[in-house]
Unconditional design. Structure first.
Length: 94
């Protein structure tokens, strides 16, 4: 049988490589989307006269921006080739 039929359990080194690849992307991209969405949402809220609510709206939009950023980071990580291995998703029958 080939290695394709017998997937390996991930080692701690491989787990760390995948985790780190996800964490730095998720952190950076979430921060960037949070800054942009938070600034835009807070700015618009303040510009229409709700200055007292601008911080709350900006914070909520900034937080919500981290959701698609983390999803995209996961997609990139799952498709990435690492040093000597890659992550593979198998369709299970039954």
């Amino acid at each position: 049988m080939s290695d394709e039929a017998n997937p390996q359990e991930p080692s701690w080194g491989q787990t760390l490589a995948i985790w780190w690849s996800f964490m730095w992307r998720c952190t950076v991209w979430s921060m960037l989307s949070g800054i942009v969405l938070g600034a835009v949402g807070g700015g618009i809220t303040g510009a229409i006269g709700h200055v007292e609510q601008a911080r709350v709206v900006g914070g909520i939009l900034g937080y919500l921006g981290s959701i698609p950023a983390s999803m995209y980071a996961m997609k990139v990580v799952l498709g990435k080739r690492y040093n000597g291995f890659s992550v593979r998703l198998d369709k299970l029958s039954g």
